[in-house]
Ligand binder design. Sequence first.
Ligand code: FAD
Length: 621
Amino acid sequence: MTGGLPDVDVLGVNVPGVDVPGVERREDDVREVDVLVVGGGGAGLTASMLLSRLGIDSLLVSARPDTSTVPKAHVLNQRTMEILRELGLAEQVYAAGTPAANMSHTGWYAGLRGEHDDYGREIARIECWGAGATDPAWVAASPCRTTNLPQIRLEPLLRRRAEELAPGRVRFGREVTALDPDEDGVTATVRDVATDEVTRVRARYVLGCDGGRFVGPDRGVTMEGVSNLFRSVSVHATTDLTRWLRDDEVLIRWIWLPHIGTSCAIVPMGPQRWGTDSEEWVFHLSFPMDVPVPDDEAVVAELRRALGLDRHPMQVHRINRWLVEGVVADRFADGRVLLLGDAVRRLPPTGGLGLNSAIQDAHNLVWKVAAVLQGQAGPGLLDSYEAERKPVTVQFVQHAVANIVTHLRGMEAAGFGPGSDPDRNWATLRRMWGDDPADEDLRRRMRRAFADQSGEFDALGIEYGYEVDPADPATALVDDGSPADPPPDPRIHRPGTRPGALLPHAWVDPDGDVTARLPVMDLVRPGRFLLIAGEDGQAWAEAAAKVAGELGVGLDAVRIGHLDGDLLAPGTAWLDRRGTGPGGAVLVRPDRVVAWCATGPADDPEAEVTAALDAVLRRDR
Ligand SMILES: Cc1cc2nc3c(=O)[nH]c(=O)nc-3n(C[C@H](O)[C@H](O)[C@H](O)COP(=O)(O)OP(=O)(O)OC[C@H]3O[C@@H](n4cnc5c(N)ncnc54)[C@H](O)[C@@H]3O)c2cc1C
């Protein structure tokens, strides 16, 4: 609405507000929305942008006056970057983030600075997250490379874009204090944190993206799993470490502390430089649950002692304590209230899956909410959100916890641990660096322990390749009965078009013009299904056009082949991955998940496409 009278609800019908000349629109006039998004972190801001892009009227309220001031998550994986590409944000994020050359590896080092030359020496180094966009499997998986941008720098970009897409509908400094759901919607009480003014917002759906602080607990949702793995303290500081660091290609440095027996992680924060000369850093220290976390002064003293930084200039911006958990919500929804991000999972940072899953939750859910609100789908479609995201979440939490164990095993292999003897720790490292044949077994064990960390740093199968199981009838997929064939290793990604898989990446050339080459993902338009037929699949494409008109569902169709088709696929990537013959077709959902697949032609393609869409969209006819 504009200035004047607010929108009102008349028997469930949203009557737009009335413009009154000379009356300024006040922000708090908004009382009625289709979707209320609670929380302005990664999940909420992404949901807001996706809703706006689909023309859904939404309001985002977030309790704090601004985006997060805690560095928190930083690695943005390929699946997330594809979502940001859809939202027109990928280029900005890449420009602000770590160059590929500064994030091809992760490394382990023996302390940082100390009284002898072995301090700072490399213990091991392995490739990570696609080796700076050079690992062929990662390059082939997606048109978007993994990048790294701390949450404090990412969220302002998300916020600005969300505000551009929904002016006046992204409100920070507003906290939801009560929710009152009924059959037709939810009434939320929203408090202006600065003025204490309270307003009520009536929404047809509420997306709880508040990190699990209010919405989930208020709806009786409980978290299951281990809620006290360990405590972590993050110190964000400006300091010059150039003199002691090596390896500009290393993103995360795991500093083993032989003189203490524990370790500490260091990550560059940029913002301009990301190698050893990064201006800012975040230091992560861990504390067992039974050890009280020291106060700020003691944390900094501990950090300086651990790294040998004594009186080295360091401007500390922020010290944050957090509890590392491995928990999953028992329910992802309560009627018209749906939960996303940290509201449904909290997991260890090992693997960088927290923020990424928050953004990916929004991508799975928002098109479904829009389809229901726009009358294209039945409300049952929303049940598929939990059915699709919960199993993936459980997998992520297990993976992140397993990654911690792998880290600990590496240290154990060297005999490190709290209270271990410093002289013995150094002696072990020197045996490992040496070439005495008697130490070959130690060197082999250590090599193996570090190579095993690829489970965290080369986990393409988990990060990108995770699939939804179509055998669960609650999913928005059509099970074709083909047996599940998960890769034998979480590191392996096998692109394909089994229902539940993400649309595999391939390049296509419009009119065979290589200069206009685009990734097949770009063919999926906001909120619309895409039927991709083979070069001989004209009947499928025609059927899709007809069914789209009949059902009033957004559905595009295209034929892709190597020699013939509406679009030509260079090389063999698409032919290899499409999972159909030249006369087959796949139906791709708006979130680019394959919903249905026909390997060849059909007698009645129109009936088949209609049945697939009806099943996916839970349309009762
Ligand atoms: C200190 C710390 C370090 C972390 N480090 C890592 C890491 O290294 N790697 C990693 O993968 N993950 C990390 N995480 C986790 C990662 O940051 C989260 O997974 C991610 O932020 C989840 O995004 P979200 O949008 O779901 O929730 P959040 O980012 O928590 O956003 C929730 C939003 O909701 C708002 N809010 C809360 N209550 C209300 C209310 N009642 N009304 C309105 N708004 C409300 C909050 O102000 C906030 O803006 C870390 C988390 C913490 C706390």
